[in-house]
Design a protein around this ligand. Sequence first.
Ligand code: G4P
Length: 530
Amino acid sequence: MDLPLPASPFAAEAARRRTFAIIAHPDAGKTTLTEKLLLRGGAIQLAGAVRAKRDARHTRSDWMKIEQERGISVATSVMTFERGGLVFNLLDTPGHEDFSEDTYRTLTAVDAAVMVLDAAKGIEAQTRKLFEVCRLRDIPILTFVNKMDREGRDPFALMDEIEKTLALDAAPVAWPVGRAHDFAGTFDLLHHRFLPVDATEADAIPLSGPDDPRLAALVGAERAAALREEAGLALAACPEFDLARFREGTLTPVFFGSALRDFGVGHLLDGLARYAPPPRPRAADSREVAPEEDRLTGFVFKVQANMDPNHRDRVAFLRVCSGRLLKGMRLRQVRTGRQVPVNAPLFFFAKDRQVAEEAWPGDVVGIANHGTLRIGDTLTEGESLNFRGVPSFAPEILRHVRLEDPMLAKKLRTALSQLAEEGVVQLFRPLDGAPPVVGVVGQLQLDVLQSRLKAEYGIPVGFDATPWEVVRWLSAGDRAALDRFAAANRRDVAEDHDGALVALFASDWRRRRAEEEWPMLRFHAVREQH
Ligand code: G4P
C-alpha cells in the first residue's frame, strides 16, 4: 500500500492508533475474545486479569467480589497492545447490564467496536442496546460470529437478522466451511484464502476462489461443495464489503470464528488493523478538533475510585483527542478554569510491563486526583473548548437513602456527592428541600452504593421507595417556561449533581401527559454532560 507520509509526528502517531471496544450480550464470549486478542499482542499478564475479573463477576453476590472486581477493573479498563506497528487500545466495557451507563460512556471514547454474537443466539437484548449507542455516534462496527465450533444458526439467517433487527448491512468477509463439530475453518471471501481451524494465520492457504478444486483435497468433497454453493450465494445476495460505508456506520463486515479455540481472532485483528479508523476529528462546542493538532485536548469519560478506602483518590480516564500528553504537564480543566497537574499519569501499555512516557490521540491515560476531575470534563493546554457527547442516562430506579443514625446526615451528604461524581449513582435534590433521591440504572448499582457507604464511609443505610419512577432532564428555548413549570411542580422538580433541572414523574403515563401539556419544554432521557 502506498500511503502518503503523515505530515507531523502527531499525525503519524494518531494514524497508528486503533481505539475500540467489544460489545456483546453476557456469555457471547467477550472475555474469551479479549483474552485471545491480548495474547496475540503479547499482553499475557493482562489476559489473566481479564479472566479473573470475569470469574469475580460470575459470583458477584457479596461485597468482596464487587471489591475484587473493582480492583481488577482499573488494570483492565484500558488494555493497550502493539501489533504490526499499530497500537491497539481496547477499552473495557463492564459486562453486567446494571453497569450499562458506564458502558455507554466508554463507547464515547472509542473509534470502532467489535460486536460479538453467539452463533446459536444471534442478536440478543444487550447487543441491541449497545449497538444503538454505537449507532447514535456512527461508530463503525465489525461483527464476530463466535462459537462456530458448536451447533449454531444458519449463517444466512444471522446475516438476515443483523440486517433486519439492526438495519445495518452485513457483508461477510469470511464464510464458514463445515459447521459445529464438522467446522474446518473459514474461506476469506475478500482475499480468496482458506483459513484452517487448527493452523496459525501464517498457514492460510491461497486459492483461486471458492470453487478452487484444491479445496476438496483440504476439507473433503462434501464440505467443499457446500462452500462453493454458499459462498456463491453469499457473494450474490449479501452486500459487498465497502470501506466507506463501514466507516460511516451503515455496513458491518462479518467474521466467523471461535474465541475459545483461538480461531478467526487473527483475521478479526487484521480487519481492525486494515479497516477500523484511526482517531477522527471530534466535535467540541466551539469547533472541531483534529487529532493531528499539536496542542493537547482530551475528555474524561470515566472516573473510578482507587482501592484504598482511606484515601478518596480516584482515577479519571482521559481520552486524548489531539496533541501529546507528557508526564508533568499542567492542563486546564475547562469547566472550572483550574490548572490540573499531571505528575504521574497511568499509561496502560501492557507489553512486557513497559512503561509508556507519553500518550497520543486515541490513547487513554489514567489521572489520579482527589475528586477534581469529573466525567465529561475537557482538559486542554489552555484553550477554552468542551467536547460534547459524554451522556448521562435517565435512571430507571429511584430511591431515598434511609439513614440508621441521624448523626451521620452531614457525612452522608458528602459521601453521596463524592460517589455521584464518580458516576456510581446519580443524585437529585428536589427544589422544595426534600431529602435527595438517588437514581440508578440497575439494582446492582444500589448494592454497590450500600456496600461502599458502609465500608468506605462507615455509614450503614437502607433504601426506601420514592413517589417517583421516571426522570427527565428539562430544557426550553424560553427560560421563563422552565421557571413556570418548576413553580407549578415544585415538589416534582429537582436539580441533578451538576445543577441541571429534572422533572420527576410517578409513572410514564404522567410523563407523557406533562409532555403534552408543556409543548414548549423538552424532556430528555439522555443528557450530555457539560
Ligand atoms: P462473556 O465475557 O461475553 O460473558 O463470555 P465468556 O467469554 O465468559 O464466555 C461465556 C462462555 O462461553 C464460557 O463458558 C466460554 O468458555 C464459552 N465460549 C466462549 N467462546 C467460545 C467458543 O468459541 N466456543 C465455545 N464452544 N464456547 C465458547 P463457561 O462454561 O461459562 O466458562 P468456562 O468455565 O468454560 O470458562
